[in-house]
Design a protein around this ligand. Structure first.
Ligand code: PMP
Length: 451
């Protein structure tokens, strides 16, 4: 059967069950079968193109069908497609770990590989508790996370996520985490700076640490931007205060840079803007440039040494996934890191940041655009009933879905998070395409907010 939009749509709905999707929506929302991708464009079987304004769930950094990454995978494919990483090793895994150790913040010198973001979070959570256990402190098994935080949807990662939409059906299954107020600035009082707001919110985090240090092994945060919780942004001073307090209370700091790493916030890693180094750093998504699933957890020598002993002592970190360190994914990641470390990259990223800020001005006077915020090359716009009072739309009205539909009809893949419209495009987007993307989104906002 020759594939076409129509026949793939109907065959799909016979057999597939899609992620984070109410399948009944597809009774009147057509699936979009994609035939190929090139640069910022995805193309369906009728030749219609969609500008990928969200980098296909934030994974794509250098465009679809990037020449260098494709070539790297091809070369790897001719040599070795997969070997288990227990007892064996291979060149791409070694190169990847060497590069990550060299480019991540000071002190992160050990790299544990896994194959998706949620698994990286599970690794960090388990490693933290196991460290304290190996140090004779098994009572440290709880976690502190942030309101609006999101770290994935496996049970451990979900337990330290505080976005009700993803959690509510599974609450009885989840371990009991401590939740600190988010430092994000969208709800701050008029006249309060982002920094003052972050400092204010830190007071409660500090109180939680003080009260629970004996039972808490780690605090987990998304540095600077809380992604799936609504692209909520906060001041780096919060990370500095947190780093210092974690040290004082003997609690690990886990930086989940799965969404914000690799340039998204304007620096290679968001932690750099606070000048801090976490105890555990989770990376995934952009790591392979949006080609293949891979993730890494970086940590320091002290962590590694706490597990390093005679086998009989039982201190081994017992965690594995079959595809850990898959060689094709590692080769894609090594090529991606090469592109990120190209001498011209920082300058191009800065230009994109400026261009996105300029283009986002089009939302400034819209009566239904609440806060327009930006960190690096992430821009978010709150859709609200009234821009003056910031009165939100009830989520049940699904205005975001109306934006999504309008975007598809007009050649731009926008996928708002509830009422938050956002842009996180591949870095290869041109200044003109940034304009097209934002102007289409503005018209979508207009249509979606008509009563
Ligand atoms: N952490 C963060 C900050 C994320 O944004 C995500 C994915 N949206 C994850 C963890 C989970 O990654 P994955 O979808 O690869 O499991």
């Amino acid at each position: 059967m020759i594939p076409s939009n129509n026949n793939l749509q109907s065959r799909d709905l016979e057999v597939l069950w899609h992620p984070c999707t109410q399948m009944k929506d597809h009774e009147n929302l057509p699936l979009v079968p994609i035939r190929r991708g090139k640069g910022v464009w995805l193309e369906d079987y009728s030749g219609r193109r969609y500008l990928d304004a969200i980098s296909s769930w934030w994974v794509n950094l250098f465009g679809h069908s990037n020449f260098q990454i494709t070539q790297a995978i091809r070369r790897q494919l001719d040599r070795l497609q997969q070997v288990m990483l227990a007892g064996f090793t291979h060149e791409s895994a070694v190169q990847l770990a060497e590069r990550l150790v060299a480019m991540t913040p000071e002190g992160l010198c050990r790299c544990f590989l896994t194959d998706n973001g949620s698994s990286a979070v599970e690794v960090a959570l388990k490693m933290s508790h196991h460290y304290w256990r190996n140090q004779g402190r098994p009572g440290k098994f709880r976690y502190i996370c942030l309101e609006h935080g999101y770290h994935g949807e496996t049970l451990g990662a979900l337990a330290v996520s505080a976005v009700p939409l993803y959690r509510q059906a599974y609450t009885p299954l989840l371990m009991d985490a401590l939740v600190a107020p988010s430092p994000e600035g969208s709800t701050r009082e008029a006249g309060v700076t982002l920094e003052e707001h972050a400092r204010l919110k830190f007071v409660e985090m500090e109180a939680l640490l003080e009260r629970h240090a004996a039972e808490v092994c780690a605090v987990i945060v998304e540095p600077l931007v809380q992604g799936a919780g609504g692209m909520r942004m906060y001041h780096p001073v919060y990370l500095q205060l947190l780093r210092e307090a974690c040290q004082r209370y003997q609690v690990h700091l886990i930086a989940d840079e799965i969404a914000v790493g690799f340039g998204r916030t304007g620096t290679m890693f968001a932690c750099e803007q606070a000048g801090i180094s976490p105890d555990l750093m989770c990376l995934s998504k952009g790591l392979s440039g949006g080609y293949l699933p891979i993730a890494a957890v970086l940590t320091h020598e002290d962590m590694y040494q706490a597990f390093y002993d005679d086998y009989g002592k039982g201190t081994t970190f017992m965690h594995s996934h079959s595809y850990t360190g898959n060689s094709l994914a590692c080769s894609a990641a090594v090529a991606t890191l090469g592109l990120l470390q190209d001498h011209s990259f920082a300058g191009r990223l800065e230009q994109l940041e400026t261009r996105m800020a300029q283009a986002a001005e089009c939302f400034a006077d819209h009566p239904h655009a609440g806060e327009v915020r930006q960190t690096g090359v992430i821009v978010a716009v709150e859709m609200v009933r009234d821009a003056q009072t910031r009165e939100p739309y009830p989520v049940a009205e699904r205005r975001g879905l109306a934006v999504y539909r309008y975007g598809l009809e007009h050649g731009v893949l926008l996928r708002p998070l509830g009422n938050v419209l956002y842009f996180m495009p591949p870095y290869v987007i041109t200044p003109e395409q940034v304009g097209t993307m934002m102007e289409t989104a503005l018209r979508a906002l207009h249509v979606a907010t008509k009563e």
